[in-house]
Design a binder for this molecule. Structure first.
Ligand SMILES: *Cc1c(COP(=O)(O)O)cnc(C)c1O
Length: 360
């Protein structure tokens, strides 16, 4: 019988704080494609680029890697309900894993700033969804306070069980490349992801699976860029809702990731994000939500400044699937809605519109 990927806990159990006899709540997350992207290598003027396509996780974002570990631990501790603050993807993931665990879920999302795709997932998995009159940072403050004082278990990335699961993405990159890349970039929001990659690569270094750490780069949206501003942003704004976070919870861990790997933080405009969103769709075949294009957009900016010269292996994590927030694909670069043309149900009419000449 063919082997089926068993989810990150079972695949990496000897490298996670789990025993085979522990309750394991999984939807088969992880094992995502690491895709060669020659068009991007050419654009960035580096040797090789691989995209770690995290949109291929069961709920369509990398959050599932940390949700399997967080919800499994919650189950072992007897939790009946989980709570999460979310810009969208954490709520989709928490709701799905809660169903699998037989628990209820509560999600706090910022009013009006969550995409329909993500909201529909939380609704489908019967989460109790509350739209908070505030931003993500307010939602996280509330979720922490509620989990401290009520019988609900917090599954945000401030829960260390989340990072344990998310570090497996670094293991998978090393499994495929047989080494660490020179540089690894990703979008930067609450900073759980960059902290988890740091943890994973560090462990690989200590085990001798890699000889050096990759330089880790976290890229924010300009309107929501506390790491390049040097402190919290009170009113974060960007179309990249997954990284619309002004006061990142994993601030210190992200600073450590940067210092320890000789990495960096960057920020790009919404326009640059949307340009790269389209480039990825049209030139690499990988459809992502706009936030997920931020890592590549940041590297493009660095490459134009000559900062990537001589790099051989570059990995870019694209964090979430394009179907989560498809509206952006249906607008042209001036923001006008794209509608397929209408045509009569006749081959000659279709060929005419396509400018095709009949075979002779
Ligand atoms: C959560 C998320 C991010 C940001 O990751 P952090 O761990 O908060 O830095 C980026 N992109 C997508 C699609 C996400 O869901």
């Amino acid at each position: 019988m063919a082997h089926q990927w068993r989810g990150v806990i079972r695949e990496y159990i000897d490298r996670l704080p789990f025993e085979a006899s522990d309750p394991i709540v999984t939807l088969g997350e992880g094992g995502t494609p690491l895709l060669e992207a020659p068009a991007l290598a050419k654009l960035l003027d580096v040797g090789n680029v691989h995209l770690k396509f995290e949109g291929m996780n069961p709920t369509g974002s990398f959050k599932d890697r940390g949700m399997t570990t967080a919800v499994s631990k919650a189950k072992a501790r007897g939790a009946q309900a989980v709570i999460a603050a979310s810009t969208g993807n954490t709520s989709a993931s928490a709701a799905a894993y809660a169903v699998k665990a037989g628990m209820t879920s509560v999600v706090l999302v910022p009013a009006g700033k969550i995409s329909w795709g993500k909201l529909s997932q939380a609704v489908a998995h019967k989460a109790q969804i509350l739209q908070v009159k505030g931003n993500f940072d307010d939602c996280l403050r509330l979720a922490r306070e509620l989990s401290d004082n009520y019988p609900v278990f917090l599954v945000n990335s401030v829960n260390p069980d989340r990072l344990q699961g998310q570090k497996t993405a670094a293991f998978e990159v090393v499994d495929v490349l047989g080494q660490a890349p020179d540089l690894h970039a990703m979008p930067l929001g609450n900073a759980g992801n960059i902290s988890a990659y740091h943890l994973g690569y560090r462990e690989d270094l200590e085990l001798g699976r890699i000889k050096k750490l990759p330089r880790l780069f976290g890229i924010q949206a300009e309107g929501s860029a506390p790491f390049t501003k040097g402190g919290p942003v009170a009113k974060p704004e960007t179309i990249a809702t997954a990284i619309r976070i002004g006061n990142p919870a994993s601030w210190d861990l992200a600073q450590a990731a940067k210092t320890d790997t000789n990495g960096g933080f960057g920020a790009v405009s919404d326009k640059e994000i949307l340009w790269m969103h389209r480039f990825l769709s049209q030139e690499t075949g990988v459809f992502v939500e706009p936030s997920s294009a931020t890592g590549a957009a940041g590297l493009y900016k660095l490459s134009k400044q000559g900062e990537l010269k001589g790099l051989d292996q570059v990995v870019i994590t694209v964090t979430g699937h394009g179907l989560k927030d498809p509206d952006w694909a249906l607008k042209d670069d001036r923001g006008k809605k794209i509608k397929p043309r209408k045509v009569a149900a006749a081959a000659v009419a279709v060929a005419g519109l396509l400018g095709l000449e009949k075979n002779r």
